[in-house]
Each structure stands twice: as C-alpha cells, then as structure tokens.
Design a protein around this ligand. Structure first.
Ligand SMILES: Cc1cc2nc3c(=O)[nH]c(=O)nc-3n(C[C@H](O)[C@H](O)[C@H](O)COP(=O)(O)OP(=O)(O)OC[C@H]3O[C@@H](n4cnc5c(N)ncnc54)[C@H](O)[C@@H]3O)c2cc1C
Length: 481
C-alpha cells in the first residue's frame, strides 16, 4: 500500500454515495463548496443498487405477471398456454435500469463539480480522513464532514447468511431463478414486499413474524388488507412465531420455530430470506478518533441540522436514529449541505411519509388514530372505500380505503393513510396537505379531477364532515344557513 504524504484539501468530505450522501454532495456543489464524495462501492447506495429501485422493479414485474391470470375477465384473451417468467432476463432489465440511474448520478456529480473518489474512508483525526483506494491510501483535509455510510441487514449469529440457501435482501434480488419454496423471517415491509412479489412469480411463501401482526409499524386495520391479499396469493403467514434454529442440509434449509399456539415446529424450504432489521455502518469509520458520539446500537444522534456532538461533523440517513428511508436521507443531506453553506435550513417537519409496496400498497403520513388519541387529541376520522370510487372499479382495483384523521376542535388534519391501488402516488396529496397545515375543509373544498383515485381523499374528507356523496354518512351533516 502506498501512503499519500500530502493531504488534498477540500471544504467538505461526504462519506457514502447513497441517496443521502450524493444529494448532500450535489447541493454543496450547487452552493459552490469544494466537495469530495467518497464511495467504496457504487454511487446510489443501497437504495439505487440493492434496495428501493431493484425491489420495485421486481414488484412491478411480479404484478404484471400476476395480472395476466385476471385479464380474461376484462375481455383480453391471451394465446392458449401458460405465460412463463424468465428471471435471468429480468436481471438484465433490472441491471439496465440501475445502470441508467447510476450514470445519471455520476453525471450530476460531475456537472456540480463534485470530486468522486472510489474507496473506503476512515477518520484519522478531526480534520483528516484516509481513503483506501485499491493499493493506494490518500488523505483528505476537510473543514466539515458528512457521514452518510448507511446501513446493512441485521443477521443474528444463528442465521448466518451464505448467499445460497440463507439469504439477505441483496442476495434475494440477485437470484437467477424463482425458488419453489421460500421462508421469510420477518414480516416487516421488506419481507412482505419481496414475499408477495415471489408469491406472484410462483414461489410457495411462508412468512414468519415474531410480533402479533405483519407490518408491525403500521396500524392493524391497514395491514389487515395486506394479510387478506397474502392469503389469496396462497402465502402462509405465521405470526407470534420465532425462528430458533436454521440448518442447511441436502440442498434445503430447515427452520425450527416456536410459538405459544403451535409449540415447536420445523419448516423445510429451498431458500430462506432473513429480513429482521438493519444496523448502521458506523463501526469501522474510526469515529473514536474524532470523538463523534454513538448510541448503544451504533446510531449517531443528530440535531435538526444534522450536526453531531462535534459541530463540524454531520450525519445523515440510515446512520441516524429514525426511519431508514431514502427520502429522509435525501432531505437530511440537503439540509446538512445548506447549513454548511451558511443557509438557514433544518429538518423541522414531523411529516415523514412511508410507502409499502405490498398488494395492496399502503402509504401514510402523520398520526394514526391511536397515536393522535395518545397525544391527547379528540379525534374525528372517516374512511372512504375504493369500491365506491368509479376509477378504482374501472381499473379492477376495488380493494382498500383512504382514511383521514382530524382534530375534532380545530379540524386540522393530523394524519392521512391509504391502503389500495397506487397508494404510493396518492400519498403526495396527504404530505402536502399536512405540511401546509391544512384543515379537513381544505381537502373537501378542493375540486378533485374525475374519474381518479384521488377522489378517495375528497370523499374521506367529506365523510369526516358528514356529507360524502358516494357513501352513506355515519354522522349527520350540520346544516348552517
Ligand atoms: C430491499 C430494500 C428495499 C427498500 N425500499 C425502500 C423504499 O421503497 N423506499 C425507501 O424510502 N427506502 C427503501 N429502502 C431503504 C433505503 O434503501 C435506505 O433508507 C437508503 O438507501 C439510506 O440511504 P443512505 O444514504 O443513508 O445510505 P445507503 O443507501 O446505505 O448508502 C451508503 C453508502 O455508503 C457507502 N459506504 C459505507 N461505508 C463506507 C466507507 N467507510 N467509505 C466509503 N463509502 C462507504 C456504501 O457503500 C453505500 O453506498 C429499502 C432498503 C432495502 C434493503
């Protein structure tokens, strides 16, 4: 290894080129700071290379494939014979999507004068960072640094992944064939999204979830819709069940599980996916050299500007406590860049939306009814079902509902949640409404285009006020003249 003698000087180093790090670096470039972005693998991070984008490419494909069996009822007759799915061709298509996005990020970094360095970074002191690049070791002297090194799957020691039989989400998205039988340990959003996609592609899927319901982070009445659909897809869902042991033998995996209901039982499958959480990549950064504090789980606590306990070092994205979501990482990255450039910026909104790309999709922003009540609000809420929406029926997508949660006294919107087709796009309206501190009347008085799924918000808001047109209202309309 050649050790670089002279440190390259820069205003800011950004460690990690995921959606947090590259957004921060581009914004710093726009604000005319000199910036070095260090990435040990490929620009785009987990999100672009092995998370959001590849998983949504798989989910899209699985959805299209699965729809083929219901086209007949719409009058579309396919040639006789069964459609087949060829996973290697899908891998080629997925890689082309990822490549195109990688190139886009690379181009934008160049266009904004970001110096991209390929290598593994470690802090050497409070103003120097060392980067291992193959056989070389370069040092960079910085005024400020942003840690954006993201997270990796949490794998307990008894479930060692081997890339062939016991897989993490990255291995799963790289498969060349659809496993005949698949067990998924963890019924959170990654497990349910991938489980439903593989079930649609033909796998016999068993979900094993330790808590009382799948998608434990969402309200039970929303996840219930997904459970219904999982059963229709022929999936087996075991709740309140823990995997205690895993053994690979004769080309399959045997899992020993325990639950109060069924005692101890074993399941033998071709492949097992472990998706029970993520851990921050903070262990090998040399944070002790700079005195950056971490909590007991390795996360770096930050202020609303992204600053750590060392005011010239910032942390963003999955290395910070909070939901591990790409849009949160990007927002934090942009804010940290702006603060470094002297702009008054902060992450001060409580509204972090979430989207789950299951069947049906779930998306939400703000409080659930239970959370609002716990916070002392007197709540008014109403749901509007997809089956009463013309566009949903015309799309053959009658499952699901939109829910609007409102403070009874002020009529301010507290939360908007939706489970059903295209929930991922519909939630944009909810995020904007809550961000603008809208009252339920603001949604109800807004003319929504017809026929669209967006009318589910209009009618849920009207239902809160007791005058929805396309459902019978539970509460009476207060008539004022
Ligand atoms: C299967 C899956 C599906 C997902 N789907 C969604 C979704 O639909 N929506 C959503 O919002 N989120 C989703 N996520 C989560 C999302 O991917 C992450 O929240 C997001 O990528 C975090 O961004 P980040 O910038 O903090 O870090 P990352 O994307 O993890 O990027 C960190 C980068 O830092 C690099 N790095 C680490 N250590 C060093 C070092 N020492 N030196 C140099 N480089 C280093 C890594 O190589 C990596 O490229 C999904 C995740 C998975 C696994």
């Amino acid at each position: 290894m050649v050790v670089g003698e002279v440190a390259v000087e820069t205003d800011v180093v950004v460690i990690g080129g995921g959606p947090g790090g590259y957004a921060a670096a581009i914004r710093l470039g726009q604000l005319e700071k000199s910036v070095v972005l260090i990435e040990k693998e490929v620009l785009g991070g987990v999100c672009l290379n092995r998370g959001c984008i590849p998983s949504k490419a798989l989910i899209h494909t699985a959805g299209e494939y699965h729809k083929l069996s219901s086209l007949n009822k719409l009058g579309i007759q396919l040639p006789t014979g069964k459609a087949t799915f060829h996973m290697p061709s899908w891998q080629t298509w997925k890689s082309s999507v990822v490549d195109q996005l990688n190139k886009g990020v690379d181009y934008l970094c160049q266009a904004n004068n970001v110096t991209v360095v390929k290598g593994k970074a470690t802090f050497l002191s409070s103003d120097r960072i060392g980067v291992e690049t193959g056989n070389d070791f370069e040092t960079y002297k910085f005024k400020q640094a942003i840690i954006a090194t993201g997270s990796r799957p949490y794998i307990p020691s008894f479930l060692k992944t081997d890339g062939e039989y016991i897989l993490d989400s990255t291995d799963m998205l790289a498969l060349d064939e659809v496993p005949e039988t698949l067990a998924i340990i963890g019924g959170g959003y990654i497990g349910m999204e991938l489980g439903m996609a593989f079930a649609k592609l033909g796998s016999q899927v068993t979900i094993i979830e330790a808590t009382e319901h799948i998608l434990p982070q969402t309200a039970a009445h929303l996840s219930q819709e997904v459970l219904k659909q999982a059963k229709q897809l022929g999936m087996t869902v075991k709740i309140a069940t823990k995997v205690e042991q895993a053994e690979v033998a004769n080309g399959s995996v045997t899992l020993v599980c325990t639950s109060e209901k069924n005692g101890s039982e074993s399941i033998t499958v071709h492949k097992t996916l472990v998706t029970i959480g993520r851990v921050p990549n903070t262990g090998e950064l040399g944070l002790a050299q700079v005195g950056v504090e971490m909590d007991e789980r390795g996360y770096i606590p930050v202020t609303s500007t992204g600053s750590t306990n060392k005011s010239h070092i910032y942390a963003i994205g999955d290395v910070t406590p909070g939901p591990a979501l790409a849009h949160r990482a990007t927002k934090q990255g942009i804010v940290a860049a702006e603060v470094i450039a002297g702009l008054p910026s902060s992450v001060d909104s409580p509204y972090v939306p979430y989207v789950i790309f299951t069947e049906p999709q779930i998306a939400g922003v703000g409080m659930t009814r239970e959370e609002a009540e716990l916070q002392g609000h007197k709540v008014k809420a109403a749901v509007f079902p997809y089956r009463a929406n013309g566009r949903a029926l015309a799309m053959d997508e009658g499952e699901g509902f939109a829910e609007v949660i409102v403070d009874q006294e002020s009529h301010l919107l507290l939360g908007m949640h939706v489970v059903g087709a295209d929930a991922s796009n519909l939630i944009g309206e909810g995020v904007l409404a809550l961000e603008l501190a809208a009252r339920v009347e603001d949604v109800a008085l807004t003319m929504h285009p017809h026929p669209t799924l967006s009318e589910v918000w209009l009618e849920a808001a009207e239902a809160v006020l007791g005058h929805a047109i396309h459902v019978v209202n539970k509460s009476k309309v207060a008539v004022s003249k």
